[in-house]
Design a binder for this molecule. Structure first.
Ligand code: DCT
Ligand code: MG
Length: 504
């Protein structure tokens, strides 16, 4: 793979510098004129990065002109950027550098334009082009945080089958197999094409022998005998049913099965079982909360929370996170972050929100997890551990009149056939301290596999630790601050992945 040559010669650079730097210039490195290519980057991110660079003393031009010395592009090849420039009807200086975003990221981190190395230059052929016949291993990252995974899944048959296997092994607590199928499903979801032949599997990471033969069977026979076996396994189906009750984990589900229970009716009617408060609510509202929540319902709940929060703290924001932030149209619950610029108001906000919901008779169930967050503490090594922020798991009584069901696909499935004018919905509300908000947002946006891989990548590739609270550089022994998700990606040397590209 050849790299494009062309670092601006020093003499020419000086000439450009003289032309560009006026005495009033606030930029520190006026020999460098950066231009960010919007293609693949998106206008919002471009605006954010331009602003960031200017704050760090860089000259960034909004328009592409011959004075630009450094053109920076994301996920693009040399040829693609040149073609794009031509399409815009622009010309650039022959000595202009066409660079990958990694040069920009490193320069932001160093607060100075870093020396251009070969790896910073755009490649003549695009490295991430996936050849449909046989993608090479180097082209698909083993980390979900280096892949763009939208909801446009070209391999649904395969990933659904892998997800069924993963869920089975999760319940059985066979971690190796569970992770294996999760990773395989995740990488298949990111492919830009459908796998139609065994040859297509070459070079795709995480397809070990076991998973490969599982997939090969589906490609050849159109179905998996293992999945069919699981789907007709009554024991597995019963344990899954019990586990689908809010507050019931795999251990309790399995215990109920071994105690001889086979249906939720039997569980509900039994006089000897002792339920937790959460399980009681889970059983009571099971019909509603076992159904999917649609985006329109999430929007209605957000409006209820916004109305309450803005009355108490006008500067506070209510952000929809979880699957809905990744663009999903349905989910099993609705996840929110509430953030207020005034530190120390978290308890008060949550208390007042819950009191108000209670007064409005909308709070069917509520469980509060007090904050155990200690600033300056290193993150937990447990990848799946919940965070330490103040949060509340609730069941909300949502008035159906508030929901625009007309816009909701398959709204019969969502609302059910009952005649009551409300639906019970599961809502999580997290209230992190304001300076932790970008980390909390990144953590709560998910997907779970994306978060796992982000942590694994930070540890193994960067000697850093990241979680919902902090980013820690183990080499420098320092905590890195961030005011946005973009900055966290930048600290980690990662291209920014939009929320809707995190459906790993
Ligand atoms: N999360 C995580 N690790 C976990 C659980 C959750 O990183 N063990 C993060 C990722 C998603 C986010 O929290 C919200 O969790 P869920 O609501 O379980 O996931 P979701 O993606 O919103 O899925 P759904 O659409 O079904 O609600
Ligand atoms: Mg969710």
């Amino acid at each position: 793979m050849q790299r494009a040559a062309g670092v601006l010669p020093i003499r020419k650079r000086q000439r450009v510098t003289e032309l560009l730097c006026t005495k009033n210039d606030e930029t520190e490195f006026c020999e460098v004129v950066v231009y960010l290519v919007e293609r693949r980057m998106g206008s919002n991110r471009r605006a954010f990065l331009m602003d960031l660079a200017r704050k760090k003393g860089f000259r960034v031009d909004t328009d592409l002109s011959e004075s630009v010395t450094h053109i920076v592009a994301e996920s693009s090849s040399y040829a693609q950027v040149l073609e794009w420039i031509q399409k815009q009807g622009k010309t650039i200086s022959p000595d202009c550098n066409l660079l990958d975003i990694c040069w920009f990221t490193e320069s932001m981190k160093a607060r100075t334009p870093v020396e251009i190395e070969e790896r910073h230059q755009l490649m003549v052929e695009m490295a991430c082009t996936v050849k449909v016949s046989a993608p090479s291993q180097a082209q698909i990252s083993q980390y979900a945080c280096q892949r763009r995974t939208t909801l446009n899944n070209h391999n649904k048959v395969l990933t659904d089958a892998c997800d069924i296997m993963a869920e089975y092994y999760e319940i059985k607590e066979i971690k190796g197999q569970y992770i294996g199928f999760m990773r395989a499903s995740s990488v298949l979801k990111s492919l830009p094409h459908a796998i139609t032949s065994i040859r297509n599997l070459e070079g795709i990471p995480w397809l070990g022998d076991h998973v490969k033969s599982f997939i090969e069977e589906i490609i050849e026979d159109g179905e998996s005998s293992k999945v069919n076996q699981l789907l007709s396994d009554k024991k597995h189906a019963t344990i899954k049913l019990f586990k689908s009750v809010f507050g019931v984990g795999p251990k309790t589900a399995e215990k109920w099965y071994w105690m001889g229970f086979r249906s939720l009716e039997e569980i509900k009617q039994d006089q000897t079982l002792i339920f937790t408060k959460m399980q009681k609510a889970g059983l009571l509202y099971y019909d509603d909360i076992s159904r999917s929540v649609c985006k329109e319902e999430a929007d209605a709940v957000q409006q209820i929370l916004v109305d309450i929060v803005q009355n108490i703290y006008p500067k506070a924001a209510v952000t929809l996170t979880g699957g809905f932030r990744r663009g999903k149209k349905i989910g099993h619950d609705i996840d929110f972050l509430i953030s207020n610029p005034d530190l120390g108001t978290e308890d008060d906000i949550l208390q007042k929100v819950l009191s108000k919901l209670l007064a409005q008779k909308l709070l069917l169930y509520c469980d509060i997890n007090e904050s155990t967050f200690e600033p300056g503490k290193l993150p937990s090594r447990k990848v799946d551990a919940l965070d330490h922020f103040l949060k509340s798991f609730i069941i909300l009584k949502l008035n159906k009149v508030l929901v625009d069901y007309e816009s909701c696909d398959g709204h019969q499935d969502v609302t059910g056939s009952d005649r009551k004018d409300w639906k019970a919905v599961r809502v999580d509300i997290v209230v992190p301290p304001f300076d932790r908000y970008p980390f909390a947002l990144l953590g709560w946006t998910g997907s779970r596999q994306f978060e796992r891989d982000l942590r694994r990548y930070a540890t193994h590739e960067k000697n850093m630790m990241v979680d919902n609270h902090i980013l820690y550089d183990k080499t420098k022994k320092t905590f890195l601050t961030a005011t946005s998700e973009e900055e966290i990606f930048m600290h980690l040397g990662l291209d920014y992945i939009e929320p809707w590209e995190r459906n790993a």
